[in-house]
Design a protein around this ligand. Structure first.
Ligand code: GDP
Ligand code: K
Ligand code: MG
Length: 300
């Protein structure tokens, strides 16, 4: 890693917020590459994932986190615990809220967590591209929150990119001078294999019925590079036979749809041709077992 110039700024920025406020979309936009999967489904993001943005003056290391909500089962508790650790271990928290709705109980729950930590907070109001014509009530609800804690506020759209340069500038202003933590051309701390698995999971989230998505875990069994094509073998673990049935679909149609969409995404990721082969395996109740969670690569 090259040495940073004298005035260079760097640091870790935790992206925190309720599910579906656009945290992962924002990180992808800021770093300019899709490394975090996004979808309208809550709990799309399971692991903490770093996205790295290096400019001539700064290196911003974004930590994307699963949305914070009240836990219902063991995976949920692990997710909230990880979010709390993320808050403590970063230099700045970017608290993302949904600008299309007023500040709600879920936002206040997170605000309480943030106040109890010592970390500097910046309030980010997202989705301004979709705000209703009269935003006064919405704006006031967030202004009140920001004012009582003296949080700087930025409004932007992760989707359209509006005001993201301003957001980036404010974030840099709140970082201290520091070293390059990662090589300037690196965009994520995760291995390519992990992102491949996530891109497969994203298509399952987008294409299958509600009960399936939360029960899947992807294992990349093999990545074989030849001069012309990259061959990827992956296993989709589900909890029940019925979910396996849904995932495979009539005559294999669902698995085929998931596979061809995921293949296109993986091709973009590696900028090359991909042959993707998917298997489905039933592994009951993996969500409740710490051993299985660890085996499948989740931090427990
Ligand atoms: P996360 O759960 O907070 O990581 O949210 P995601 O990034 O997965 O996004 C949740 C949904 O909100 C997706 O359907 C996104 O396309 C959508 N979304 C994210 N940012 C914006 C935005 O700026 N404007 C609009 N209109 N939609 C957005
Ligand atoms: K989501
Ligand atoms: Mg996310």
């Amino acid at each position: 890693i090259p040495q940073a110039p004298p005035e260079f700024k760097s640091g870790f920025i935790g992206i925190i917020g309720r599910p579906n406020v656009g945290k992962s979309t924002l990180m992808n936009q800021l770093i300019g590459q899709k490394i975090a999967i996004t979808s309208p489904v809550a709990q799309t993001t399971r692991n903490r994932l770093r996205g790295i943005l290096t400019t001539p003056e700064a290196q911003l290391i974004f930590v994307d986190t699963p949305g914070i909500h009240k836990p219902h089962h063991q995976l949920g508790e692990v997710l909230v615990q990880n979010a709390k650790i993320a808050i403590e271990s970063v230099d700045v928290v970017l608290f993302v809220v949904d600008g299309t709705a007023v500040c709600g109980a879920g936002d206040h729950f997170i605000a309480d967590l943030l106040i109890r930590s010592q970390t500097q907070v910046i309030l980010g109001i997202n989705k301004i591209d979709q705000q209703p014509a009269d935003t006064q009530v919405i704006d006031e609800s967030y202004e009140q929150l920001a004012k009582s804690h003296q949080w700087p506020t930025v409004k932007f759209s992760a989707k359209s990119g509006a005001a993201l340069p301003e957001l980036q500038q404010i974030l840099i202003e709140h970082l201290e001078t520091g070293p390059l933590y990662y090589p300037p051309d690196l965009v994520t701390d995760q291995p390519e294999r992990f992102i491949m698995g996530e891109l497969i999971r994203e298509q399952i989230l987008l294409l299958t019925r509600e009960e399936v998505p939360h029960s899947v875990a992807i294992a990349i069994d093999k990545v074989e590079e030849t001069p012309t094509i990259t061959r990827v073998l992956a296993t989709i673990h589900v909890e029940r036979d019925s979910q396996k049935g849904i995932l495979i679909g009539k005559g294999g149609s669902m698995l085929k749809a998931v596979g061809s969409a995921a293949r296109e995404q993986i091709q973009k990721l590696i900028s090359g041709k991909v042959y993707l082969e998917l298997f489905v395996k039933v592994q009951p109740k993996w969500r409740h077992s710490r051993v299985s969670l660890a085996e499948l690569g989740y931090r427990v």
